[in-house]
Structures are given as structure tokens and as C-alpha cells.
Ligand binder design. Structure first.
Ligand code: C5P
Length: 232
């Protein structure tokens, strides 16, 4: 898959999501379904959006014992999602088990990426709550290297980390980056942001964009602007 813009459909219901997606009569965006929508509507929302011709990133961030993650990933694989994720903190063995579960009988599977440290975790909370005393940048890169070692396809990271992840894990290792804002747009609650054009320059493979598109007056125009800045 080449560079693409993934639209974070952070809606609470099927109705709100489909009303939003109905506006896209031309190019069908790659859609991110997160916990809120998935837990509200269940697997049928994934099948329904997929049937409308969208690629799907199912953002459920699995983290459990290897056997449980393997079995859960096998279920997600049957849903025919294109991209899914887990927490690298679950260890290399958990990530390897996830890949096993995801791989179908014919050898195909959805792409699998890892969350390293959540961007909501800072140095202080990592040290005090998790008792991890290394610098957070080093932890993030180590977890990315673990994901690569386990055979995963990439990581979710800030656009600011994408270049370094590629340096450590190789150009082919995917970087999927949220925290994207237009130069003239609202930053909202995101702390470290980049424009789609900057994310392209720095080498992100996919950008995840939510409110700059979902809350725009003209979501289709905002999406096309992201595509123009990031992909073209
Ligand atoms: O609306 P906004 O563009 O901020 O949405 C970004 C999306 O990416 C949200 O679904 C958010 O949960 C997700 N995300 C993030 N930062 C991370 C990981 C995921 O913003 N580190």
C-alpha cells in the first residue's frame, strides 16, 4: 500500500458514521474505527463500512496474554480489516502470537502495527507509574525495534518520530501518524502537531486525521486537501 490519509471516524453511533461517510461520493477514504464505535456497534459496523468500499484500520490496541491475543486477532482477520494494532508493551512473544492469529490459511493477513508508548504517557508518568526509567524516546525506539523483530509491519507514532523510526527499523517499516493539523486550523487538544505536507516531508507512510476532517464545514474538501498535501 502506498501513502494514504486515514480518516478517524470517532463517532458514537452507526448513524452518525454513515451520515458522515455518505458525503464521500468520489474517492472512498481509508477509515479508522476505534474502540468507541466498535464497542457501540460491534463487528457489523466493520462489515458495513467495508462493504461500502472503504479500507479499514481497526484501532483496538490489543494487549493480553499471547494465546488470547492470537485468538482475538484471528477473529479480526476474518472481519477482513486492512490494518489493525496492539500494544508493543505486551512483549515480542505477544506480538508474534498476534501475527500467527492474524495470518489466514492462504497466507494473507491484515497489516499489523504497534503502539509504542501512548502519546498521553510522558516521562514523569512512565517513571512514576510504570517504573521505566529510560528516556521516553529510547523506550519508544526500543518498542519499535521489538515490533520489527516480531515481524510486524510498523508502528503508530508521532510525525516527529517517524524519521527516527525509519532510521532504526528501515524505510519499509510503516509509520502511521496522528496529530495532523492544517497550517491554518485549530490544534485542539493535540500537543505536537504537523501539517499533512510536513508529515509527507518527514516520511510518514499514513496520516490519521480526525477532527480537521470530521468537524470541518466541508469534510470532503478537507479530506481532498489532506490528499493533495500528503499524497500527490
Ligand atoms: O481528531 P484528531 O485528528 O486529533 O484524531 C486523531 C485520532 O488519532 C484519534 O482517533 C486519536 O484517538 C488517535 N490517536 C492520537 N494519538 C495517538 C494515537 C492515536 O491522536 N498517539
Amino acid at each position: 500500500m502506498g501513502k494514504d490519509v486515514i480518516v478517524a471516524c470517532d463517532f458514537a453511533s452507526r448513524e452518525a458514521t454513515l451520515n458522515f461517510l455518505d458525503q464521500f461520493t468520489g474517492r472512498k477514504p481509508f477509515v479508522k474505527i476505534g474502540m468507541e464505535l466498535f464497542y457501540a456497534e460491534g463487528p457489523s459496523i466493520v462489515r458495513e463500512i467495508k462493504a461500502r468500499g472503504h479500507k479499514i484500520f481497526l484501532d483496538l490496541k490489543l494487549h493480553d496474554i499471547p494465546n488470547t491475543v492470537k485468538k482475538a486477532m484471528s477473529v479480526l482477520s476474518n472481519l477482513d480489516v486492512d490494518l489493525c494494532n496492539l500494544h508493543a508493551g505486551g512483549t515480542v512473544r505477544m506480538m508474534e502470537a498476534a501475527l500467527e492469529g492474524l495470518t489466514r490459511e492462504d497466507g494473507t493477513r491484515p497489516l499489523l502495527i504497534a503502539v509504542t508508548q501512548l502519546t498521553s504517557t510522558d516521562q514523569e508518568s512512565m517513571e512514576n507509574d510504570l517504573l521505566i526509567h529510560e528516556p521516553i524516546d529510547k523506550v519508544v525506539m526500543h518498542y519499535a525495534a521489538n515490533a520489527k523483530k516480531a515481524g510486524l509491519d510498523g508502528v503508530v507514532c508521532s510525525p516527529l518520530e517517524a524519521g527516527k523510526v525509519h532510521d532504526i527499523c528501515g524505510k519499509e517499516f510503516l509509520t502511521v501518524t496522528p496529530g495532523v493539523r492544517f497550517a491554518d486550523g485549530d490544534v485542539g487538544d493535540q500537543k505536537r502537531v504537523m501539517t499533512p505536507a510536513e508529515a509527507k516531508k518527514i516520511g510518514s507512510d499514513y496520516i490519521v486525521v480526525g477532527r480537521p476532517i470530521t468537524a470541518a464545514e466541508d469534510p470532503v474538501a478537507a479530506y481532498e486537501r489532506c490528499i493533495a498535501e500528503f499524497c500527490d
